[in-house]
Design a protein around this ligand. Structure first.
Ligand code: ADP
Length: 397
């Protein structure tokens, strides 16, 4: 079965065509600047060089048409016709409390995703648009929605309730939802496979550290807590997001600088975190380089990040009454040996000892602890697209 995986953002669209039996990626790519000047598609058929096509994409319909043209192109296409695309899997950011697993899309599901839009106003409308356009261009082809929040729906009330009036939860749906669920789910299952164990027999902490970062406590295969909250602004400080802060800062900052709540929220989302503290960049590579060259603020930013990761790991080890394996994934988690080492330096009390040589490797599935380490630490590159394709096949085959 060939599954088209679509991750539709407001002005971009990432896609992969995956052959589900072999799990080979037949082609992948990205449409950028949809709806704005200078739009282009970057398309990479397996085993060939990437091709960049500058082409106007006034809306998502044009973008998806272009993707389908690339996939079926006589020279660089990977399928002969659209009939060789058997299902489409869509990443949907927010499923609220309605979706605890992936679903085949029908009118009712579309309506429910729309109802969750107030919880993710930047993402859900774009995700929905992607589904609508695919339905229109590929009539009869089953569409599946895979939610970033679904894996976290197993959290107990003590983990998802905020200390607010209870009506904030019952009436306004304000609670911890968590994000990156597809990644946490994939990585926690994969590490169990690598250990030759069932997820049910493990206490796992997954550190998804990228531009956006979150940590997830997975007990017996189920999420019991995670760092992101009602929105992806919560938890760890990130590339540009502040993470957990004293909520009174919002009013204090607004008063001090005569800003409204939207302006302060914008600062918390886009000008804070590693970028805010360092003043240099949100990209960990730049910040690590500047810190190595002696930039103090860059050192503070990286130190704060590693410290916060270690604090959450400690908290989740307590929450699960132990931890068997810790996994690093995503851009920073997969590539930054110094971040992994720095985090694990706090974890000696858990009996963790890092194998420096293994930790020096990059971007591969690997155990980075020594044989006698009491808690195992792994690097597992995440693969959200594959997870989406697997769910799509399971629901449509
Ligand atoms: P997103 O949240 O956008 O999906 P990614 O998971 O792709 O983010 O992670 C992007 C981050 O990974 C960037 O901050 C980038 O600097 C970081 N990164 C990538 N390679 C390295 C590296 N070799 N060393 C340190 N950080 C890296």
């Amino acid at each position: 079965m060939n599954v088209l995986v679509i991750n539709c953002g407001s002005s971009s669209l990432k896609f992969q065509l995956i052959q589900s039996d072999t799990e080979d990626v037949l082609a992948k790519g990205l449409c950028e600047r949809i709806g704005i000047e200078g739009s282009r598609i970057v398309y990479t058929p397996a085993g060939k060089d990437k091709i960049t096509i500058e082409s106007p994409m006034p809306d998502h319909t044009n973008a998806i048409k272009l993707v389908l043209n690339c996939l079926t192109d006589e020279t660089n296409g990977v399928v002969k016709s659209l009939s060789e695309i058997h299902a489409v899997g869509h990443r949907v950011v927010h499923g609220g409390e309605k979706f605890a697993s992936s679903v085949v899309v029908n009118d009712e599901v579309m309506k429910a995703i729309e109802e969750c839009s107030n919880l993710a106003p930047l993402h859900n409308p774009a995700n929905l648009l992607g589904i609508s356009v695919c339905k229109e261009l590929m009539p009869g082809v089953p569409q599946v929605a895979v939610f970033d929040t679904a894996f976290h729906q197993t959290m107990p009330p003590k983990a998802y309730l905020y200390g607010l009036p209870y009506e904030a939860y019952t009436e306004d749906k304000i609670r911890r939802y968590g994000f990156h669920g597809t990644s946490h789910s994939y990585v926690s299952k994969r590490v169990a496979e690598m250990l030759g164990k069932k997820p049910e027999d493990l206490k796992t902490i997954v550190c998804h550290l990228g531009n956006g970062s979150s940590i997830c406590a997975v007990n017996q295969g189920k999420c019991v807590d995670t760092t992101m909250g009602l929105t992806p602004l919560a938890g760890l400080l990130m590339g540009t997001r502040c993470g957990d802060i004293d909520p009174s800062i919002l009013e204090f900052y607004a008063q001090k600088h005569n800003l409204d709540v939207y302006q302060v929220t914008d600062i918390l989302n886009k000008k804070s975190g590693v970028l805010g503290i360092s003043g240099v960049s949100s990209d960990f590579r730049d910040v690590e380089e500047a810190a190595d060259a002696g930039n103090e603020r860059c050192k503070y930013a990286l130190d704060a990040f590693k410290y916060q990761v270690a604090k959450f790991i400690g908290g989740y080890a307590a929450a699960m009454n132990g931890v068997d394996v810790i996994v690093f994934t995503a851009g920073v988690g997969e590539n930054s040996a110094t971040t992994r080492q720095g985090v694990c330096d706090y974890l000696g009390y858990l009996g963790i000892t890092i194998d420096a040589e293994a930790n020096g490797k990059r971007g591969e599935e690997i155990e980075i602890t020594t044989a006698d380490s009491k808690v195992k630490v792994f690097v597992v590159p995440t693969n959200e697209e594959l997870m989406i394709a697997r769910d799509t096949v399971a629901l449509t085959k």
